[in-house]
Design a protein around this ligand. Structure first.
Ligand code: HEC
Length: 480
């Protein structure tokens, strides 16, 4: 339903339109100008925001990271991007919230603001959302994308290391929470752990002076899934509250600043990934939908493309490092190879007999792996995926394989219900065993800068071993 029909009948709207335009412009310009002069911020919209919004959205108190006191602040948008689409009120986030067409409704409590005021905002935005009388309409600004720099698989010129991030813990748990999400920075000695209301960043090297590098708060339920961007500059986390809400956050790894908060999903996100160019985010969860968000197009960002071929919870998603493909897996063993830009289904890969738990791409984007609760790991070659058959499939962890991650060399680290983590080559030969967890391994990550394999287990421990020889290198706290 469009927000227009939602509020007024068409007759009413046109009546209001004329009356608002005339009265607003007559004073300054006389009747002649009524047709041509658009409403502006300074004379028209500002007073509406003053009356209804700035008590919460000002430079001292910026709810939703949005300041509505000045034109320049308003056009900066909020933490989730632009709120005004000059020329189109119906596509403007702010307008959708003010008409209560979308959540969170603004103002948050109770009634919509008066209809005349809504029409002033509509006409101001539709007329180009200009600052003052005579200003030129703002050019439709493309949302700044996350500006990922690295060429595929090439070390970035500057490697992102956290600098002076807060280390105050937000987790209010007495036991050590399980590291459900674990991710390794591809170029820096940094790992990230998602556990109970926060994401913890650690220096991966056991001999580093300070191991705890930062703690990023997560307020909306629990973070469940984590990934670094391919160039290591960003960290994305997805999560939420089971059967209530799901969203994701992108942080700048160096500054710890939130660059994006998005997602208005109805259930917790279980899988998330950010494309190498920083333009797309894919999510999966119990809604059985893969959502593809274009985060550089303001219009699409609130309405992701929804891909509905999965018949069960979507438990795994990952973009290929070259950005061409997206793989998604589900709880019934379904696995789909897609075109990343559109989400279009290329091949269904029906090999797993039990839930897909994890997927991982090899650095060259030619091969990816999938893991399953059946205990099997399968390797897939993109060029032979049409056959629907893996190039190799083998039993890796009896009881279930829960997490996998490729190394730079093209071997695969895995962990599972047999309390083990292990390293495999493409032929399915076990190269190394990482033992001593004594509990189910729920998440694994490999940090090449430190030469270590990390694993989170069911007891809330975070273990590490040397990649080259399997020697244990100590534990880290999931709740420091
Ligand atoms: C009583 C305080 C209050 C008032 C009054 C209020 N807001 Fe908000 N606003 C909030 C809070 C809190 C949030 C963050 C909500 C969230 O993220 O769930 C928010 C979020 C927003 C957002 C979304 C920012 C984002 O993250 O995308 C927009 C747009 C917005 N408000 C516009 C308005 C407008 C326009 C008005 C006046 C008509 C208004 N608000 C009045 C408290 C307020």
């Amino acid at each position: 339903m469009s927000s227009r029909t939602f509020i007024f009948s068409p007759v009413c709207v046109s009546g209001l339109l004329i009356c608002v335009c005339l009265s607003a412009v007559q004073g300054a310009w006389g009747v002649d100008q009524a047709e041509s002069e658009p409403l502006n911020f300074t004379e028209h919209a500002k007073s509406v925001f003053r009356a209804h919004c700035v008590s919460c959205h000002n430079s001292n108190k910026t709810e939703g990271d949005l300041d509505l006191t000045s034109y320049s602040a308003l056009m900066q948008g909020s933490s989730s991007g632009d709120v005004i689409e000059p020329g189109s009120a119906d596509d403007s986030h702010l307008f959708q919230l003010v008409t209560h067409a979308e959540s969170p409704k603004m103002p948050p409590s109770g009634q919509r603001i008066p209809a005349e005021d809504i029409e002033i905002i509509r006409n101001w935005i539709d007329g180009g959302a200009i600052n003052a009388s005579g200003s030129t309409p703002v050019r439709k600004r493309k949302r700044r994308s996350l500006e990922m720099t690295a060429a595929i698989g090439v070390r970035p010129e500057t490697v992102a290391m956290p600098v002076d991030l807060p280390v105050e813990s937000f987790a209010k748990t007495t036991r050590d929470p399980i590291a459900v999400g674990l991710a390794s920075n591809p170029w820096a000695p940094v790992i990230a752990v998602a556990a109970a209301n926060q994401v913890v960043l650690y220096h991966s090297a056991p001999d580093a002076k300070e191991r705890l590098l930062g703690i990023l708060p997560w307020e909306k339920g629990q973070p469940t899934t984590l990934r670094f961007s391919r160039d290591g500059s960003r960290l994305i986390a997805g999560g939420g509250r089971a059967a209530v809400s799901g969203s994701f956050v992108v942080w700048n790894v160096t500054t710890g600043k939130r660059e994006l908060t998005l997602g208005d999903e109805l259930d917790s996100i279980l899988a998330v990934d950010l494309s190498a160019d920083g333009k797309r985010v894919a999510t999966g969860g119990p809604e059985k939908v893969v959502r593809l968000y274009s985060i550089d197009e303001p219009k699409a960002e609130n309405r992701p493309t929804e891909l509905r071929e999965h018949t069960d919870w979507v438990t795994a998603v990952e973009f290929s490092p070259d950005g061409k493909y997206l793989v998604s897996g589900d709880r019934s063993g379904g696995l789909i190879l897609r075109i990343a830009s559109t989400g279009e289904n290329l091949f269904r890969l029906p090999s797993h007999k039990a839930s897909v738990t994890s997927v991982s791409w090899r650095a060259d984007s030619k091969v990816f792996a999938s893991a399953s609760e059946s205990g099997k790991i399968s390797f897939w070659n993109v060029s032979s995926a049409a056959s629907g058959k893996p190039v190799k499939s083998f039993d890796a962890h009896s009881g279930g394989c829960l997490s996998i991650a490729f190394t730079r060399e093209g071997d695969l680290v895995s962990g599972g219900r047999d309390n083990l983590a292990a390293l495999w080559n493409l032929k399915g030969k076990q190269l190394r065993k990482f033992s001593g967890s004594n509990e189910i391994v729920v998440s694994v990550a490999v940090n090449e800068e430190a030469g270590l394999v990390f694993a989170g287990n069911f007891a809330g421990q975070l273990k590490s071993w040397q990649l080259k020889d399997g020697k244990p290198r100590g534990d880290l706290e999931t709740n420091p």
